[in-house]
Design a binder for this molecule. Structure first.
Ligand code: ZN
Length: 283
């Protein structure tokens, strides 16, 4: 795997970790601020695609992983990339990663719920307080690296703020990171310019995919089976609704647990729990 010319690269793209994005208003789903943020997002994604191609990638697939998953304007995407977009996708932010890739890149990522990063959250800012996998606290970087790891794909590069970069290094060891902003609070940051952020991303992808780079050194993140997922919700009603799923048990009034025979089973249950929890939010 991974010989130059046959390298297959997967890109999962989020928006909250993009340089200049500091508010949920920018992150969607309508208005001038949102449209501007979409342009910033595709700029960072294209920088990663370009660097992957320069490193010898024969295939680059981009999965739009944010919100309604239709943020990357097809017309603005790099000519050589394929785009996975739209809902409903069984593997969500990692749809398509099972397609025999050598490496995964996480672009525009944010830190886990409860961390001091910009727009910190874990899959759902309106329902989830905390997620643990096999006892380990994880955010989207960990959860999604676990999906990639299930298919034998290492996450070799992550971009976002300095907090998600540290989270990624703690989880994945010698992963490359591109820090495009410094948090100044949950909804504020000091960001690089878009052009400079894109340079940082290009450089980090180039380092990651170069001989002796992270691609050869980062192992796929594998959570040993059986995999236990523990979720703390914001309200007891959310935990109660999650307990409707067979096999999910309450461990505290707002906390539930599920053990799956393999990682994907635990991941699917996590997604089902979050989907059910939404039903309890008063409209
Ligand atoms: Zn997002």
């Amino acid at each position: 795997m991974g010989a130059v010319g046959s390298l297959r690269v997967y890109v999962s793209a989020d928006m909250e970790g993009v340089a200049g994005v500091v508010s949920p208003r920018q992150a969607g789903v309508e208005g001038d601020e949102y449209r501007a943020a979409c342009a910033l997002m595709v700029g960072e994604v294209n920088a990663a695609v370009e660097a992957a191609l320069q490193a010898g990638a024969s295939l680059v697939v981009v999965n739009d992983g944010h919100g309604n998953m239709r943020n990357l304007a097809p017309a603005a995407l790099h000519k050589e990339a394929r785009l996975i977009s739209g809902e409903f996708k069984p593997l969500s932010m990692m749809e398509g990663v099972g397609g025999g890739f050598d490496a995964a890149l996480l672009i525009g990522y944010h830190s886990r719920a409860g961390s001091p990063g910009v727009i910190d959250h874990t899959y759902s800012g309106r329902t989830v307080l905390d997620v643990k996998l096999n006892g380990r606290p994880v955010g989207e970087t960990g959860i999604n690296a676990g999906v990639a790891g299930f298919f034998g794909v290492p996450v070799v590069m992550v971009s976002g703020d300095s907090v998600v970069a540290a989270e990624a290094r703690e989880l994945l060891g010698p992963v490359e990171t591109a820090v495009v902003k410094e948090p100044a609070g949950r909804l504020a940051a000091s960001s690089l310019s878009p052009a400079r952020a894109q340079e940082e991303i290009r450089a980090a992808v180039a380092r990651a995919l170069s001989p002796g780079g992270a691609l050869g050194r980062v192992k796929p993140l594998v959570f040993p089976a059986p995999v236990t997922v523990e979720v703390s919700f914001m309200t007891t009603a959310m935990a109660d609704s999650a307990c409707l799923i067979p096999g999910v048990e309450a461990v505290a009034p707002r906390q539930v647990r599920f053990t799956g025979g393999d990682y994907l089973t635990a991941f699917r249950c996590l997604r089902a729990m979050i989907t059910l929890a939404y039903v309890t939010i008063p409209s």
